[in-house]
Design a binder for this molecule. Structure first.
Ligand code: G6P
Length: 553
């Protein structure tokens, strides 16, 4: 079953438990009737409550999951990460995204002994000063106008996290007030349509462009950066670029080569993986420009609070560890290939796209750290959509089709409460009625007997039966502000790490994205030669040749 832990006692107990459950058809209806069991599966940490009682984990199996964590030396692996050991072994890098949100006086050393927190605060101080200058109109554009709008260019990890945070805070009262009408747009796709969408209604005179790229070599980002440079130069002349473009990167040389001065670069480091970089200048520059540095500082404190919890809480009370163990159980023991992320909060509409990258780029692997092949699939397919929208889309499949383990997220308070006179409940309570109802509908289902008792005609009974026994966890959180948002981000980042630790994989490299890039280079050069010199398509397989010929015709 589990490659890394297949010989451990706990792994064997878990495998036995999983097959016994399948044979005995243990149903969540029975598991949920055991209140002592449920009590152990509801864990509260500073106003964030995780209820994983609706997972298909019998009371006696939970200790085996915790044993598995001990047997793979989970605590030791957390410590290795925390202390800067090069756990990203294929790139010989430390993994220190927690240092990005550490308190100024903390010390996290990288593999070479450098205190990364000092570096982090050097950049944070620079961002604070810069963002304040732009926001208060001290830093102006080439024609002397204040820069009220920002376009952040970047893709993958240099885009998804910042957009997720931007959207989540857009309707938060404090952040919204602080934004004061400023605009932030993202330009990610190399599709030229995205340039039009990102710049619609913007004027180069009042726009600042932030080019975000760890490597500063990503083809999409570089072409978009050149396109935006042209957009600015065309109207304001090429000398204006210095006032209208800044960069976030680890590759100073390439940024300078591009034409952005060293003083306008906000750096980060190779111990920050792209998908774990939202707390670095990658996210902090655009978000501080939009919401002000203080709001971003709250977000960083929230992430730090969850880091501290992750590093110190015992496994049985550790939210990322528990969620990670649930993930391993569902993916590797019960064999569920997918997982849904269902925030009952419209402001979290970009959570799922971000976690798709965090989780699938991290744990979508086929080999272990030592290069040997995994004997079972590791990370699941992640997808999601805010509730209640998802209910009117793919929940049908979740209720009566495939089993998709789900993570529900709900808040006690709305960012934007509405209560109409004469309505039964306030709008947020209406939303939350669904948050509480759906997990039970999935878990308990509806039997044929229940259908008949309701007078459903016999021919419709099979269509109206819900088999139930569909697992989910629920997270109930006070409210979505910058601080809680930081906790949520860190929680999901560490869940991914926990799962990777148990599977014994390197969750911090992403070699799987390389091959497509190489092939695109070959196609690009063919398209150029064909368009510019009329060269015929050659060197590709039959199908690609045919399709490219058709494209070029
Ligand atoms: O920040 P960049 O160097 O431009 O990289 C952007 C993205 O592209 C790569 O293909 C990786 O898969 C991502 O992890 C990365 O975040």
């Amino acid at each position: 079953m589990l490659a890394t832990a297949e010989k451990t006692k706990a792994a064997q107990s878990l495998a036995t438990a999983a097959s016994a459950m399948a044979q005995n058809e243990v149903h969540l209806r029975d598991l949920m009737a055991d209140e002592a069991r449920c009590m152990k599966m509801i864990v509260e940490v500073d106003g964030m409550t995780l209820d994983f009682s609706r997972q298909r984990i019998p009371a006696e199996v939970l200790p085996h999951l915790l044993d598995l964590w001990s047997e793979v030396d989970g605590a030791g692996k957390i410590q290795a990460m925390k202390s800067g050991m090069p756990i990203n072994s294929t790139e010989d890098r430390s993994v220190l995204h927690h240092a990005l949100r550490a308190a100024r006086e903390s010390v996290y050393r990288d593999k070479d002994g450098v205190n990364t927190v000092e570096l982090v605060w050097g950049v944070l101080d620079k961002i604070k000063a810069f963002s304040e200058k732009v926001r208060n109109g001290e830093w102006v554009g080439a024609t002397g106008k204040a820069l009220t709008d920002v376009v952040a260019i970047g893709i993958g990890g240099s885009y998804l996290g910042p957009e997720f945070i931007y959207e989540a805070l857009r309707t938060d009262k404090t952040a919204r007030e602080s934004a004061g009408g400023r605009r932030l747009r993202f330009l990610a796709n190399v599709d030229p349509i995205d340039v039009t969408r990102a710049t619609e209604g913007l004027d180069p005179e009042t726009t600042l462009v932030v080019v975000v790229s760890k490597t500063f070599t990503t083809a999409e980002t570089m072409l978009n950066a050149r396109t935006m440079r042209e957009w600015i130069s065309k109207k304001l002349g090429s000398d204006s670029v210095a006032k209208h473009m800044v960069a976030v990167s680890t590759n100073t040389e390439k940024v300078v080569e591009f034409g952005i001065g060293q003083e306008n670069i906000f750096g980060f480091w190779n111990w920050v993986g792209g998908r774990y970089s939202v707390c670095s200048a990658v996210g902090v520059v655009p978000l501080a420009l939009q919401y002000g540095f203080e709001v971003v500082a709250d977000f960083l404190s929230g992430a730090r609070a969850m880091d501290d919890h992750f590093f110190s809480a015992p496994a049985e009370a550790n939210l990322p560890v528990l969620m990670g163990l649930v993930g391993v159980w569902n993916a590797s023991y019960l064999g569920f290939p997918t997982r849904a992320l269902l925030p009952y909060c419209q402001a979290l509409l970009k959570l799922a796209p971000h976690i798709q990258q965090v989780d699938m780029e991290s744990n979508g692997k086929r080999v272990k750290v030592d290069g040997s092949e995994l004997q079972s699939d590791a990370g699941p397919v992640n997808f999601g959509e805010p509730g209640t929208n998802g209910q009117h889309s793919f929940y049908q499949l979740m209720h009566q089709g495939r089993v998709v383990p789900a993570d529900f997220i709900g808040f006690k308070e709305s960012q934007q409460p509405v209560e109409l006179e004469g309505e039964v409940v306030a709008n947020h309570d209406e939303l939350m009625s669904n948050f509480f109802a759906q997990p039970d509908a999935l878990a308990f289902g509806k039997t044929a007997e229940e259908c008949r008792a309701q007078g459903i005609p016999e021919n419709l009974v099979p269509h109206k039966v819900f088999t139930g026994n569909r697992p989910s966890s629920s997270l109930l959180i006070t409210k979505l502000d910058a601080f809680q948002l930081g906790r949520i981000l860190s929680l999901f980042e560490h869940r991914t790490a926990v799962e990777g630790f148990v599977w014994g994989i390197n969750s911090f490299d992403q070699w799987g994205v390389e091959l497509g890039k190489v092939l695109a280079t070959q196609v690009r050069s063919q398209l150029s030669k064909s368009r510019k010199e009329g060269a015929s398509v050659s060197g590709f397989n039959y199908s690609t040749t045919k399709m490219m010929q058709s494209y070029l015709a």
